[in-house]
Design a protein around this ligand. Sequence first.
Ligand code: BGC
Length: 446
Amino acid sequence: MKSKQFPKQFKWGVTISSYQNEGAYNSHGKGPSIWDTFTHKTSFKKGNGNTATDFYSNYKADIAHVKALNLDCFRFSLSWSRIFPLGVGDVNAEGVKFYHDVIDYALELGIEPWVTLYHWDLPQALQDQGGWTNRNILHWFETYVEFCTKEYGLKVKTWIILNEPMSFVGLGYYMGMHAPGKKGVSNFLPAAHHAALCQSLGGRIVRKNVEKASIGTTFSCSYVRPFNRRVIHKHAAVRVDALLNRFFLEPALGMGYPTDAFAGLNFMSKYMKPGDEELLPFDFDFIGVQYYFKVVAKFSLLPPILFATEVPAEKRDVKINAMNLEIYPKGLYKMLEKFNAYPQIKSIYITESGVCFEDELIDGKVNDKNRINYFKKTFKYTLKAIENNMPIKGYFIWTLVDNFEWAEGIKPRFGIIHNDFSTQKRTIKKSGLWLKRFLSKRNNKI
Ligand code: BGC
């Protein structure tokens, strides 16, 4: 008979990131990151992460919550400019110690620390030299990863190289919606290629420096469907799928960029140096799948090269989250199937999934039934994937505490713990309490 329970060794975790949580943006020796610069521009109207959830001061209480909610793992990212205020060169000892404190406290409570090396907050000093568009990023990143792995490698065994390269390259270097606010193909293509090279370079450095490391990297993914059955829309969906779901994954797996889906990607060759093709793959121990929403694509003359656009969820009469994106739990299953189809992938962790609403604290409680519903459904699909022999090893919730949601500010709330940003008071939401009960049983049925 097929099991209806999660395997005992299945890992349950939660993910946060440095810029969205730490605060202490210009103190304790930290240098500015591109997100400090971007959010401090007068044209940016959604606040900033100067204080965020003040994880810098609250890390103990927050990690204690991870423990209290019966989770096994805590995934967080290192802020590059807290360690190297100028990206390279002098090290900020106080910043280095902060992450030791975070790691030590997690270990003390029996929580596994999972470190992400890059979750979008590039040191501004490196952006001043072109950031991800400058091929020197390979050397800068190498210095940073060498340092971090030697510093923390005895304590931390699970390392994630990049968080969602398509998000930070696409939104930050093509659409201008995220830091550093750059636009156009001439920024996008070199930034993308250098990120793809750093993804594998980082993997090789962790392998060299950390004994018995488990090494992964994460990809954003969206379940893409065509607007209707017309061939032009079907083809548009294939291109969007290649861009959103295959672009960074396939080079890491040794398959090169998905130029079969659209010839426009051949422009990438302009930024490729001899030998690059051999540098793109890395034998990752696991792949991190990060799923949030479904995308419907249709043919469009703009933007050129891609010749496709998204049909907004609001126009499709579907359930949407606080960022107007379609809530579609089944899409997680579809994405797991898609990733599982690559024979090179050994293990998969869902390193982020979650949903945002404009949750309200009423009489000291947040009744976020809709979030519980999302987790129940995506847990069921995860279990179904395991039953169908897909190597899914864990699920990490995005996120612990409501935080600074990038270009959207603090309105969309993703946490299982509510944050009052004026007092930093945390209140566990109904979803957090539900999760705690669910995990207390282990071998839990869903
Ligand atoms: C990112 C997070 C972000 C979340 C919700 C993911 O793409 O890794 O930083 O907050 O999605 O939008």
